[in-house]
Ligand binder design. Structure first.
Ligand code: IVH
Length: 757
């Protein structure tokens, strides 16, 4: 099941249906059925009409037609121009929109976060998805469970906010919490209505995917080539690049399309089911995917998945899987979210694509924690439409044909430079080399062995017994590790410093201008007197004056940063975004977190004691004995923090070099206390709650999710910090321990009475 929950990256772009189901009936002939003369005449007439209405609307404030009628005219014009691009003109009313923002895009905070989806790769994962739903909601085995199954469009997600039934804002997903305001651009997309009908709620945020169809994509690339501009690698990139144009007139020339599939902030919902909301979207003038279907049970889901996969090549746009969503919205609400993924939906990805090519070299990449990873350099090959020239080889055992436990993989066949290999790519995941054709191995190719020194700093690279990974021992002196740490520090989900990408970080490091995170914040001041600063940075290759100025502004903006982002940015081993958020919420302030880690004074000692109870054993924290040291105990008591993680965090703080780098950094950056999740006036907000024993009315998962939604912290073990123990049937040693510590203990019924159903 591990795979099924891997977080999904935002992926992909979509396409155009010849005859969208449910689209409003079109009295006029299809744009592509008109001969050029007729098309030209109609285009000319529409341009005149639209120019007339524009004039009335913008200059005389006296429109003669409704917004919906105006929209229909404009949509018709765009469709005709798309079908007959020889008549495109920059002066067409389809191309003229309000002025683009002068600089970058304004940021938009999403009132409701834009989430990603967990993945399923196999029928077992899908069965497990339903089993989890049934457990969570404590459904009887004969209770039917209905879903919608809809293609997962490979494009760019977009949130459209309608206030008073008018489109007032369009925003990209960004990091899920904050996106970019691309309203002017979205208005140029014909498939996005300007207004909603009277029966739609006054406030409604429609979300969906902007994509480009294959035919439009190839026409665009042909035009790009003719204009001497760079071609787009795939339709998704073309859609993203077109949507994020600073000049909306350029977006207007790009044939973008839109499928609506979900929503954000709403005043009320038009239906009680996912399928009902999709039907309402259609009635409001949006396109929804014609392959979306309401189905009961996992077998029906799998059959529809097979059908969509078989249709895939004929759709005319990219999809990379099928999304299953629980149809009943009340059940969706009860299930809620875990981290940034809904528990009630999953993306069932298509089987991977494969291709054969030649392994030209095996390079070593040094990661931010010093891990040496072999990387395959391949003769470029198209794998399912994407050109692949690099693939991961995981670690040296993988190259040698051995798995994690020493067992043979590929029947023990090793990989050598010069080999013909099979490459596999699944959706947005990094391609892998999965097999080698020994019959095509050239004579004289040599066995590949991992270097025993770090290729970046020359320090010994050591492989500890029992470890799959060889690590550089150079620590801070290793430039590769330092650069990787810096890249991570500025990356989108960490400090998110716009304008500091891979190339810029590498250049600044090479010049010696930025060697550790703190240096980023002193960069501007170190560049000499005011005025010359921008010039100096701008003089570097690949920089311009504008980008240098923007960078300094972006850096300034990050002197205050949310604690969870800051913790994530430190690049502590095993601390991903979810864990960083857990730590931030648990300790609330940087000061409290750092003080506790320093007080702990070093990694957690390993103990072999058994956990006190066997219930709900899926979380490692349940099995960890509470340490005597209270700082360890606090760390381990956080639900979701296991021993490996606790050790990594404490080791990070115990390292003198890290301590120094942190001290430098904190002179410039102030991590801000994390807003408590969903601040509520619930009696359990801010309390630490432990569940034990068997609950009868709620599943353990739902009880925990509900407690967290009310602002409580749920912990796996009882300590002096526990506020409430909820004891179900047959509670054991946790109940005894709580009694000994004088902790308030509630039955399941007491708990439900306290927090409500
Ligand atoms: S629903 C709460 N439905 O996939 C669920 N997403 O990995 C939110 N996507 O960011 C998403 N087709 O950009 C949903 N039919 C579909 C989708 C879809 C494509 C994208 C979307 C989202 C990403 C999640």
């Amino acid at each position: 099941m591990a795979n099924a929950m891997d977080s999904a990256e935002d992926t992909a772009a979509i396409a155009h249906q010849a005859a969208p189901e449910g689209a409003p009936a079109q009295a006029s002939p299809r744009p592509d059925s008109l001969d050029p003369k007729a098309a030209e005449a109609e285009i000319a007439q529409l341009r005149e009409t639209l120019a007339h209405h524009n004039q009335l609307y913008h200059q005389q404030d006296a429109p003669e037609v409704s917004d919906a009628e105006y929209d229909a005219l404009k949509r018709r014009l765009l469709a005709l121009e798309a079908a007959h691009p020889q008549f495109l003109s920059a002066k067409s009313p389809s191309q003229t929109v309000g002025a683009a923002p002068a600089e970058g895009f304004a940021k938009v905070s999403h009132a409701v976060r834009m989430l990603s989806l967990g993945n399923a790769f196999s029928p077992e994962d899908v069965h497990e998805f339903e089993a989890r739903i049934r457990r969570f909601l404590t459904l009887t085995p004969d209770e039917p469970v209905a879903y919608t199954a809809e293609p997962k469009i490979d494009g760019v997600s977009l949130a459209l906010r309608y206030e008073g039934r008018r489109l007032v804002q369009a925003a990209t997903r960004g990091d899920g919490s904050v996106g970019e305001n691309v309203t002017a651009n979205a208005r140029t997309i014909a498939e996005i209505p300007e207004t909603l009908p009277e029966d739609a709620p006054a406030l409604f945020e429609v979300r969906g995917e902007v994509y480009m169809a294959y035919e439009d994509f190839s026409a665009l690339n042909t035009a790009q080539a003719e204009a001497g501009a760079k071609a787009f690698a795939n339709p998704r990139n073309a859609a993203a690049g077109s949507l994020r144009q600073l000049d909306a007139r350029i977006t207007a020339q790009r044939p973008l399309r839109f499928f609506a599939y979900t929503w954000g902030e709403v005043e009320r919902l038009p239906a009680e089911s996912q399928s009902g909301v999709l039907a309402a979207f259609q009635a409001w003038g949006f396109r929804t995917n014609p392959l979306a279907k309401r189905l009961e049970g996992t077998e029906a889901l799998l059959a529809h998945h097979a059908l969509i996969e078989a249709e895939r090549a004929r759709l005319g746009y990219d999809i990379d899987g099928v999304v299953y969503k629980l149809d009943r919205l009340d059940w969706q609400t009860r299930m809620g979210f875990r981290s940034n993924q809904p528990r009630w939906a999953i993306a069932h990805k298509f089987a991977a694509e494969e291709a054969t090519t030649v392994l030209e070299a095996i390079d070593i990449q040094v990661g931010r924690t010093g891990a040496l990873s072999p990387v395959a350099r391949l003769k470029p090959v198209s794998v399912g439409g994407v050109v692949v020239s690099n693939a991961t080889l995981h670690n040296e055992d993988y190259v040698a044909g051995r798995g994690a436990k020493g067992e043979p993989i590929r029947e023990g066949r090793d990989l050598r430079v010069g080999d013909t290999v099979r490459v596999y790519r699944a959706g947005d995941v990094i391609p892998k080399v999965i097999d080698v054709d020994l019959a095509r191995r050239p004579k004289g190719v040599r066995l590949w062995v991992s270097p025993e020194t770090c290729p970046a700093c020359g320090s010994p690279a050591v492989r500890e017994t029992g470890e799959a990974v060889r690590r550089c021992t150079g620590g801070l002196i290793c430039p590769a590790q330092a650069v990787e740490r810096l890249k991570h520090f500025v990356s989108r989900n960490a400090l998110d410093i716009d304008g500091l990408g891979t190339k810029q970080v590498e250049a600044l490091y090479r010049l010696g201008w930025v060697r550790e995170p703190a240096d980023i914040f002193t960069l501007e001041a170190r560049f000499g007197p005011e005025g010359s600063r921008v010039e100096r940075l701008a003089s570097l290759e690949g920089w311009g004056k504008k980008s240098a100025e923007n960078l300094f502004v972006a850096i300034q903006a990050r002197r205050r940063v949310a604690l969870s982002r800051f913790i994530f940015a430190l690049g502590i081993r095993h601390v991903g975004e979810t864990t960083a958020r857990l730590l931030a919420r648990s300790y609330t302030t940087w000061e409290a977190f750092a003080a506790a880690m320093r007080a702990a004074g070093g990694p957690v000692e390993r103990r072999t004691e058994q956990a006190d109870e066997t219930e709900g054993a899926e979380k490692p924290a349940e099995e960890i004995p509470v340490e005597d040291n209270p700082a360890h105990a606090h760390l381990l008591a956080i639900d979701g923090v296991g021993r490996t993680l606790a050790e990594a965090v404490l080791a990070f703080f115990a390292d003198a070099n890290n301590a120094r780098a942190l001290e430098h950094l904190l002179a410039h950056v102030a991590p801000e206390p994390e807003a408590a999740p969903a601040a509520t006036d619930s009696p359990v907000a801010g309390k630490t709650v432990v569940f034990t024993g068997k609950l009868a009315r709620l599943s353990r998962d739902e009880a925990k999710a509900r407690a967290e939604a009310l602002g409580a912290r749920v912990s796996g073990s009882v300590s002096a910090k526990t506020d409430i123990l909820v004891a179900g049937e047959a509670a054991g040693s946790k109940l005894k321990k709580a009694a000994a510590l004088g902790i308030e203990t509630l039955s399941e019924d007491d708990w439900i009475a306290l927090v409500g159903q």
